[in-house]
Write a protein that binds this ligand. Structure first.
Ligand code: BDR
Ligand code: CA
Length: 306
């Protein structure tokens, strides 16, 4: 079983990723750290706490981190995720508070406590992870693996060039990619195949309260669902990769993040040709969508069955 520390900004697809991680027998969530991103930090933290209690793992720490990017003014994605961050889903308000401390310290301490054992999966802007690297450069050795949801080697979603998590804090992303570990980058090129179509939502409708309270309202408020189309459940792809790496084809590359571009700020510049350079990333290039949904829906059904 892989132990995973999830850094996130829930976020509809973050929520879908957390349900997947919670339900998978291949993963054990050892902590959740939050960052401001899709909605402000107070709400991403509140949503993580609400999910923790709704799903029933109240003893796992939820630790808030950075409210905004390293250098820039915050941007958000409330237009996509709703004011609450969880679209039309309505979970009971959490009874328990977050853990004391700061996400950056929690990341450093968790990785230090079990060198080589903990996988860090970052599905929001990379502010907390960058500061963890800056505070303690040895985290790059201690992490078993870093998998991020972000970037793209074709086109963006926040801007034509940049994916949201990279656009939100390009300086942080640049620090993370330059830190000396191999970053597994699951980006839009992969996630755009993971569409929650009508058939997917129909399966979610059979999942009792989990479907009715969380999955269906999340997906239906995330994007238009038709027979062939639906919103891409980005963050869930990073977690699915951890559960079954054969779902995503990855290729070695050198990835650098543009921080100075007038039109390209936050762009992940991906060089697959390498030309003698040592790769710093494994970049997702395609997803086996039918097998992805088989895994995700079977795992959700297990969670729904309790
Ligand atoms: C990423 O941006 C956020 O809005 C999502 O939660 C996901 O992490 C996709 O570009
Ligand atoms: Ca996210």
């Amino acid at each position: 079983m892989k132990q995973v520390l999830i850094d996130c900004d829930p976020g509809i697809d973050d929520a879908l990723a957390i349900v997947l991680a919670h339900g998978s027998p291949a993963l054990e969530i050892v902590g959740i750290t939050t960052v401001g991103g899709n909605v402000p930090l107070e709400r991403t933290t509140g949503n993580a706490l609400a999910l923790r209690e709704y799903l029933g793992f109240p003893k796992i720490p939820v630790v808030p981190g950075c409210a905004g990017p390293l250098l820039r003014a915050p941007i958000d994605a409330a237009d996509v995720h709703g004011h609450s961050g969880l679209g039309d889903a309505r979970l009971p308000p959490p009874a328990l508070p977050p853990s004391p401390g700061h996400a950056v310290d929690h990341i450093v301490d968790t990785l230090r406590g079990a060198p080589g054992e903990i996988t860090l999966v970052a599905i929001g802007p990379l502010t907390n992870v960058a500061l963890a690297v800056r505070r303690e450069p040895r985290v790059v050795e201690w992490a078993r693996e870093l998998v991020i949801l972000g970037g793209s080697w074709t086109r963006g979603n926040k801007t034509p060039a940049a994916e949201f998590n990279m656009a939100a804090d390009p300086e942080a992303a640049a620090i993370v990619f330059a830190a000396g570990w191999t970053v597994t980058m699951i980006g839009l090129d992969v996630t755009r195949s993971a569409l929650a179509t009508g058939a997917v939502v129909d399966r979610m409708r059979t999942m009792g309260p989990l479907g009715a309270d969380l999955l269906v309202p999340c997906v239906e408020s995330y994007g238009m669902v038709t027979a062939d189309e639906g919103p891409a459940v980005h963050d869930a792809c990073a977690v699915a990769y951890l559960i079954d790496p054969s779902l995503v084809r990855v290729e070695p590359a050198v990835v650098e993040i543009e921080t100075a571009g007038r039109l390209t700020s936050g762009m992940s510049v991906v060089d697959f040709d390498l030309a003698g350079r040592t790769p710093n990333a494994l970049v997702g290039t395609s997803l086996d969508a039918p097998r992805f949904w088989e895994l995700v829906l079977a795992t959700y059904a297990e969670v729904a069955a309790g």
